[in-house]
Design a protein around this ligand. Structure first.
Ligand code: NI
Length: 185
């Protein structure tokens, strides 16, 4: 199947699932699919700078990466529609909410490391997309936590995709400007 058709199929599935409870991009009124398409956009650009990169698998995983965490979708459903490799990738990108909060990201990253590098690329693209101006109500501690978590992702996924690693490094540096800012807008 062409990548364009794969993209369409995955974004339609994900958009329908995330709109079941009108999920929006946190801190905005934008539908959640904006986040998903931004992650897929990062993957498409990165694929042009990456050797041996399975762009179809990576784009599918990017568009579906939050369906298990946030919607009624099941791993079986994803496996039926998109294949078991993609279902496994989305599972690895899904936090285990039974673990203590501070263990959840480390556990996720450990499971991602066991899978093809495209899965790690999606995690990098996800955090690149999310490292924007933080919501006005976040305090300095919360912003620092978020930045530290981004650094952990970058460190643990070293060697996954040099283009996206560079981009995330740059985003982390840029995020510094928000650290001590008084809450605004
Ligand atoms: Ni995400």
């Amino acid at each position: 199947m062409e990548i364009q058709s794969i993209y369409q199929q995955a974004i339609k599935f994900a958009a329908a699932k995330h709109s079941e409870n009108n999920q929006t991009v946190p801190g905005t009124m934008l539908p959640y699919v904006v986040h998903l398409s931004n992650v897929a956009m990062e993957i498409l650009v990165a694929s042009q700078h990456s050797a041996d990169f399975n762009v179809a698998f990576a784009v599918q995983t990017a568009l579906l990466h939050d369906t298990l965490e946030d919607t009624s979708a099941t791993a079986d459903e994803i496996a039926r529609e998109f294949g078991s490799e993609t279902a496994q990738a989305v599972q690895a990108l899904t936090k285990n909410k039974n673990l203590p909060h501070e263990e959840q990201m480390k556990d996720c990253l450990r499971r991602i490391q066991l899978l093809p590098k495209e899965v790690g690329a999606v995690k990098l693209a996800d955090r690149i997309t999310n490292l924007q101006k933080p919501p006005g109500h976040w305090n300095t501690e919360k912003k620092e936590q978020y930045r530290n978590e981004a650094m952990l992702i970058l460190q643990q996924l070293q060697g996954t995709n040099s283009y996206l690693e560079q981009r995330l490094g740059k985003k982390i540096t840029e995020y510094e400007q928000y650290r001590n800012n008084a809450p605004s807008s």
